[in-house]
Design a protein around this ligand. Structure first.
Ligand SMILES: *Cc1c(COP(=O)(O)O)cnc(C)c1O
Length: 266
C-alpha cells in the first residue's frame, strides 16, 4: 500500500515536473497479500529509477532479495525494516526511512543517496531537494537535535550491544520464526501471506476463523497488555509488530496467550 502511495505522489508531481510514472506491478487486487512479480525486460533501460518498499508494514510482506530491474537504479522506502534485515547500501541509488520504527522518535527521516543521484537543477521545494540538504550537511533547516541524539544511541546499541545488523537480523528471524511456526501448526490461526518467501520478519499479520473472534482476541489481548495488536483497518485481523526493540519474551508471552485463546474458542 505504501508503494501505491509513492506512485500516487509521483503522479501528482508529474503534473509539474516532466516525467512519466509507470505502475510496474501491484498486488492491490488481493489486498497486497504478496509481492507481485514483473518481467525485468518490461522496464525501460533509460528509466530514472524503480521504487520498491522493502517491508510492507500493514500487510506483512517483505522483499529480502532485490528484484532484477534491468540495470535501472533502485529507490527504496525502508521505513519499517531498516536495521532489521541485511541490505547492501550500494545496491540502492536512494534509501529513505522514517526513524519511528527501528531508529528513534518520529520526526527524523533518514535519506541515504548516491552522489550521482542528487539533482543538478532545483525542481522541488528546498525541503524535498536532497542536493540542497546534502550541500548544507543536513543542516539547511534547524535539525531536531534531541531525536538525532536518540538515533545515535540506538545506532550504538545495534552496533555495540547487539553486535551489528547481521546479528540483529538473526535475532529477528528467530523471534518471528517462533510466531510463524506456531501459526503454521495451528488449525485456528492463519497467516494471510501465503507465499512463505514473502513473509515479513518485522510485521506478522494473522487471523482467527472469524471476524468476531478477531475482535474478541484484540479486546482480551489489549487488557493483558498486548497493545496495538489490531490489524490495520484495510486488512483486519491482528498484527504483531516485532521491531528491533521488541523483546523475545514478548513473543513467547503472545504465543502463550494465543494458545490459551485457541483452547477456549476452538
Ligand atoms: C511507517 C511507514 C511510513 C511512514 O508512515 P507514517 O505515516 O509517518 O507513520 C512510510 N513507509 C512505510 C513502509 C512505513 O512502514
Amino acid at each position: 500500500d505504501r508503494g501505491k502511495k509513492a506512485y500516487n505522489a509521483a503522479v501528482l508531481l508529474s503534473k509539474t515536473v516532466p516525467f512519466e510514472p509507470i505502475l510496474l506491478a501491484s498486488s492491490e487486487d488481493t489486498v497486497y497479500d504478496h509481492i507481485p512479480d514483473f518481467d525485468p525486460a518490461s522496464i525501460d533501460k533509460d528509466a530514472a529509477y524503480v521504487h520498491i518498499t522493502t517491508n510492507n508494514t500493514i500487510e506483512g510482506t517483505s522483499i529480502y532479495d532485490l528484484p532484477d530491474t534491468n540495470g535501472v537504479p533502485i529507490v527504496a522506502d525502508m521505513s519499517s525494516n531498516i536495521l532489521a534485515a541485511r541490505y547492501n547500501v550500494e545496491d540502492f541509488a536512494l534509501i529513505y526511512a522514517g526513524a519511528q520504527k527501528n531508529i528513534g522518535p518520529a520526526g527524523v527521516t533518514v535519506v541515504i543517496v548516491r552522489e550521482d543521484f542528487l539533482n543538478d537543477q532545483p525542481q522541488l521545494s528546498a525541503m524535498l531537494d536532497y542536493r540542497i540538504q546534502a550541500d548544507a550537511a543536513s543542516l539547511y533547516n534547524t535539525p531536531p537535535a534531541y531525536n538525532i541524539y536518540i538515533a545515535k544511541l540506538v545506532f550504538e546499541w545495534v552496533k555495540n550491544t547487539i553486535g551489528g545488523v547481521d546479528k540483529m537480523a538473526e535475532i529477528n528471524r528467530e523471534k518471528s520464526g517462533l510466531l510463524y511456526d506456531y501459526i503454521e501448526q495451528s488449525d485456528f490461526y492463519t497467516s494471510p501471506v501465503k507465499k512463505v518467501d514473502d513473509r515479513s520478519v518485522t510485521n506478522i499479520p494473522f487471523v482467527t476463523p472469524s471476524k468476531d473472534l478477531d475482535a474478541e482476541f484484540v479486546s482480551e489481548a489489549d487488557k493483558l497488555g498486548f497493545k496495538n495488536i489490531k490489524g490495520h483497518r484495510s486488512v483486519g485481523g491482528m498484527r504483531a509488530s516485532l521491531y528491533n526493540a521488541f523483546p523475545r519474551q514478548g513473543v513467547l508471552d503472545l504465543i502463550d496467550f494465543m494458545k490459551d485463546f485457541e483452547a477456549r474458542h476452538q
